[in-house]
Design a protein around this ligand. Structure first.
Ligand code: SAM
Length: 324
């Protein structure tokens, strides 16, 4: 098992397969941004497979494909099938904006991805366009295709922003009730200039929880997945609502994850610079045993916590570069 210096077991890798994205969410990537990694810097499927195989041998059970937008990477279903087949990896999941799910959902499901998270900040087409630059109906079609394909659970991730979409919290609850989705609210984080600018619209999620408690009976709950969200359930329903509060109430003491960027850098923390470059090692044909030693050295660098409150200027890279 991989233990970090604070005795936390690291058993979860968030794997960014590309830093590219087909949307430009206001809090994530600047409008018109196109300064992405050269594709030849991306890890190949074989390089990714080796790194994840070694993580699996060190006790990692859970992998999440993310990005950028993971579904813009060609043949992503083939990579998913290769990772799902690795010994020890028993939970393969996906974070997506769903724009390409209408086409890809069945293949991804059959490749071995069982759980998906979909980013959806609004149910209004004009707002969707304003926040992401994309088309809401395409995303909704993708979401319904995922439901049809059999993904369970499907979690909706909504970044709640004051005067942008906070008036849609109840509408999103009703939408998730209707479709049997799980709903998670997320606080904006000061990651990159875009994330810092979005801080002006920051809302602590306890205010949203209080608002919902005035309308619904909320019961403390849990949810499969081992993530940082604190859950409640609406009494008389199966709807679970999660609150992800990196700013108002951080959860670093239970952090169990690291992030591998598309170009092979292992980031120990979303909010810190501690990193370890694995790409030159796998490109030079390192053995699995030697790679395991490097991964152990990398995990020894994991910091205790992020410092989003203390040092909000610290993280210059956009979320899409680390892998959200
Ligand atoms: N493209 C995929 C998606 O849309 O889910 C995966 C990558 S995206 C970067 C992962 C998550 O990060 C999304 O739910 C997005 O809303 C969230 N995110 C990006 N920038 C953020 C920020 N500054 N603060 C909070 N959440 C952010």
């Amino acid at each position: 098992m991989l233990l970090d210096p604070y005795n936390r077991a690291i058993e979860y890798v968030r794997l960014s397969v590309t830093d590219q994205c087909d949307l430009r969410c206001s809090y994530c990537l600047p409008k018109g941004f196109s300064d992405f990694q050269e594709q030849e810097h991306w890890l190949s499927f074989t390089e990714i497979e080796q790194i994840i195989r070694v993580f699996g041998s060190l006790g990692t059970r859970r992998i999440r494909l993310t990005g950028g937008e993971p579904l813009v990477r060609k043949d992503i279903d083939q990579l998913a099938a290769r990772l799902a087949a690795l010994p020890g990896i028993d939970d393969l999941s996906l974070s997506t904006n769903a724009t390409r799910l209408e086409k890809l959902a069945p293949a991804l499901y059959h490749a071995g991805i069982s759980r998906i998270n979909v980013s959806l900040d609004t149910l209004r087409p004009d707002r969707y366009k304003a926040i992401t630059g994309g088309k809401l109906d395409k995303t909704l079609r993708g979401l319904l295709a995922a439901k049809e394909a059999g993904f369970q659970p499907i979690k909706i991730n909504m970044v709640v922003m004051r005067d942008v979409n906070d008036d849609e919290v109840e509408a999103m609850v009703e939408f998730c009730l209707k479709h049997d989705f799980t709903l998670r609210f997320i606080e904006t984080m000061p990651v990159g200039d875009t994330g810092r600018a979005a801080g002006k619209q920051f809302i602590p999620l306890h205010a949203i929880q209080q608002r919902l408690a005035d309308r619904y009976e909320l019961i403390d709950s849990v949810m499969q997945g081992g993530g940082p969200a604190r859950y409640v359930r609406i009494a008389g329903t199966e709807l679970r609502i999660g609150f992800i509060t990196p700013m108002s109430q951080h959860f670093c003491a239970t952090c169990n994850r690291v992030r591998l960027s598309a170009d092979g850098i292992l980031y120990m923390c979303l909010g810190q610079e501690h990193q370890y470059d694995l790409r030159p090692l796998v490109r030079d044909g390192i053995s699995d045993a030697a790679l395991a030693e490097h991964i152990q050295q990398a995990i020894a660098l994991k910091p205790e916590k992020h410092e989003f409150q203390e040092k909000p200027q610290q993280v210059v890279r956009f979320m899409s570069m680390t892998g959200g």
